[in-house]
Design a protein around this ligand. Sequence first.
Ligand SMILES: Nc1nc2c(c(=O)[nH]1)N[C@H]1C(S)=C(S)[C@@H](COP(=O)(O)OP(=O)(O)OC[C@H]3O[C@@H](n4cnc5c(=O)[nH]c(N)nc54)[C@H](O)[C@@H]3O)O[C@H]1N2
Ligand SMILES: Nc1nc2c(c(=O)[nH]1)N[C@H]1C(S)=C(S)[C@@H](COP(=O)(O)OP(=O)(O)OC[C@H]3O[C@@H](n4cnc5c(=O)[nH]c(N)nc54)[C@H](O)[C@@H]3O)O[C@H]1N2
Ligand code: SF4
Ligand SMILES: [Mo]
Length: 752
Amino acid sequence: MTVHEHRAHGRRQAIRTCPLCEATCGLSITLAGNTVERIAGDEHDVFSRGYLCPKGTTLGEQHADPDRLRAPVVKQDGEFVETTWDDAFRVVGELFHPVLETHGPDAVAVYLGNPIGHNLDGLLYPRVFLKALGSRNLYSASTLDQRPKDLSNALLYGGRYTLAVPDIDRTDFLLVLGANPMASNGSLATAPGWPRRLRALRRRGGRLVVVDPLRTRTADIADQHIRVRPGGDAALLLSIIHVLFEEDLVSLGRLAEFVSDVDQVEQAVGRFAPERVEEYTGVGSVTVRELARGLATASSSCVYGRMGTTTTRFGSIGSWAIDIINILTGNLDRPGGTMFPKAATGSPNTKGSPRYGASPQFGRFHTRVRQAPEMFGELPTSCFAEEIDTPGEGRYRALLLVSGNPVVSNPNSQRVAAALPQLDAFVAVDPYINDSTRHAHVILPPPSALQRPHYDVHFWQWSVRNVANYSPRVLPLDEGQLDEWEIMCRLASTFDRSGASAHEVDEGLIRSMVRSGARDESSPVFGWAVEEVVAELGPSTGPERILDYMLRVGPYGEGFAGGDGLTLSTLVEHEHGVDLGPLEPRLPDVLRTSDGMIGLAPGIIVQDIDRLWDDIGRRPRDGLLLIGRRTLRSNNSWMHNVPSLMTGRPRCTLQISPPDAHARGLESGDTTRVTTDTGEVEAVVEVTDRIAEGVVSLPHGFLHEPDGVGLTTARARPGTNVNRLMDEQVLDVPSSTAVFNGVPVEVSARRR
Ligand SMILES: Nc1nc2c(c(=O)[nH]1)N[C@H]1C(S)=C(S)[C@@H](COP(=O)(O)OP(=O)(O)OC[C@H]3O[C@@H](n4cnc5c(=O)[nH]c(N)nc54)[C@H](O)[C@@H]3O)O[C@H]1N2
Ligand SMILES: Nc1nc2c(c(=O)[nH]1)N[C@H]1C(S)=C(S)[C@@H](COP(=O)(O)OP(=O)(O)OC[C@H]3O[C@@H](n4cnc5c(=O)[nH]c(N)nc54)[C@H](O)[C@@H]3O)O[C@H]1N2
Ligand code: SF4
Ligand SMILES: [Mo]
């Protein structure tokens, strides 16, 4: 039995992890037949203990959404027409083969959007179609998001996913910059129930300080809210480091053994006395000095930053500086500080040789138009549209878009919207006809979340507690419907013309994974015959078989030794999850650096500090700076079609301070024009003293142009596409990440 079924009055109860955000809440779902009646938090979930947010209760509504595609559609004379899967893959072949044959694999781009990280199939199977295509033009949401942190992790610890997460359940002092976990439920720090955990921190006498130009819900529950000038965090953080050195507050403790280049950091921040940068950051030097002392003298402390620190012009410096502060105060890798999780399905930092690894290589190839460097095998998403619309040899002629909505999520989105129709071949794997997929020639819809098994392979690599929790399907597939992994496998065999079935491609994938395990001296299957391992696996196919393999060879795994370590069947028996305990120190074994040390002063970051210093020297431009925000009842671009989440007052508003509104004669409810050098939009005004003077905030992700979009509820309440204002040429230089925060804009006065 895979689903715990509690039958009473024809009803059953299913337990399932919510896949919608990084928090991984356990859900308890009441069904009558195949109809979802109610979704509540799973009180027995080992991690979430009943916590959930309004989005998690809507998985049934999302499943039942009549706009959700159930069968593939192919465009004929400008209209989407439903067809069979076989016919859809035939059309995919007819579209892609001429491009591949005439122009080669690099005329194809692949774009993997955010939900791919929340989806077991999406985490395990893209490698099959990437290999079949052989294109190096891979794009993802990472370069619109956390790439500066990936870079800093790779440089400091030797792995992009070797992330030190704030130990929020044990810390005495948490400094949050540019994150609003009360709305986002946390990011790059998986913890269901951030709101509860932050309140618990304060109840046990801990201190919470929030740095944000907006008084967010997170700031509301903090001890102190510090308003920073948008984009000012990198300089602010460097000035904190300056104070740590100047006031002799550096205390590495046991980290001294693993850390090098401390002097170079001291030198790099020499110019950043808080008194010299306070005008630029907007944070007074007294406050900065107090913060530095607080972090250094608390019995434990951690600094944590998110979108407001990464998607800014100096995101890499800021992301790096956060770790440097945690290290210099001796708080890395100890309870209450920042710690390295150990995921049950393993990570690059649980494989190979402990402590040592190869230095990361970047810029192995570049984009054609802007010569932007590759990083972690991906190209910067800000370059995506120009590679389609710039004529010449090497321009992209075909696109495979999987769970992404670039017309809404990419900077200079009108350029993306204009570029997509120029493609000869555009195939999307997506459940909806939205702003982006409406330009596709074929859309291949995956099943709904409730129709698929789930395990957070990705997010439990940066979870504040080590857990493992598998959810079987809650609802069956419809007649003839394909799993998303089957779609991905069939795309692979269509692209490479092998004609293999999904199951044959899947056989190839598991064997290749086992083969690399058999070659890894650190793996329990080192030296084993591939067939021997495959024969032992529980499920006979699909992502669950791969998951069983990953769990068994993972750090808590049974290791094919017949012991009592984890296997998939252990997790099937524990439907509320298995708690693997609080995070434990992992240095130095977690490192994969060439010298086995944490070199604190990587050249690519330290050299960028001159660019920041030049910026500080420039007179700030008058006018307003735009920042972004997230709202609890919304999830990037794709949950505006859920009726119960779209009730209440409008959320896509331009927040502006009373003095700035007054100066323009604006009042709440007015529509105003917001302009940048890139574009202009109209937005509904919300005057609020929550936002700092000189700053305005607009959320992203709202449907903008209702035409041709199959989203009934979202169409009725379109919003502003803030990405029409964003300049795709402006980047955080070291990481090539887009800049969404601290963007100069003009807001028009009321027309009379
Ligand atoms: N409800 C909901 N949850 C989500 C999502 C969603 O769309 N909706 N999206 C998910 C995704 S993909 C992600 S990446 C995470 C993001 O998670 P978070 O980063 O926690 O979410 P944001 O609301 O974007 O928070 C960014 C904060 O930075 C502030 N800010 C802007 N500019 C600056 C600045 O220059 N300095 C400082 N210090 N602060 C600044 C903003 O005011 C905002 O409060 O959320 C995830 N969770
Ligand atoms: N201005 C501004 N822009 C931003 C941001 C910002 O803060 N400000 N945030 C950025 C960030 S952090 C992110 S992560 C990106 C997100 O941007 P994208 O990566 O483009 O992702 P989404 O907008 O979430 O679009 C998700 C798509 O996946 C589809 N989908 C949902 N579930 C599934 C599934 O199970 N399988 C498949 N195949 N498809 C599915 C949805 O229908 C939708 O079309 O936006 C970025 N853009
Ligand atoms: S917080 Fe995230 S994981 Fe939890 S119920 Fe809400 S959307 Fe789902
Ligand atoms: Mo994101």
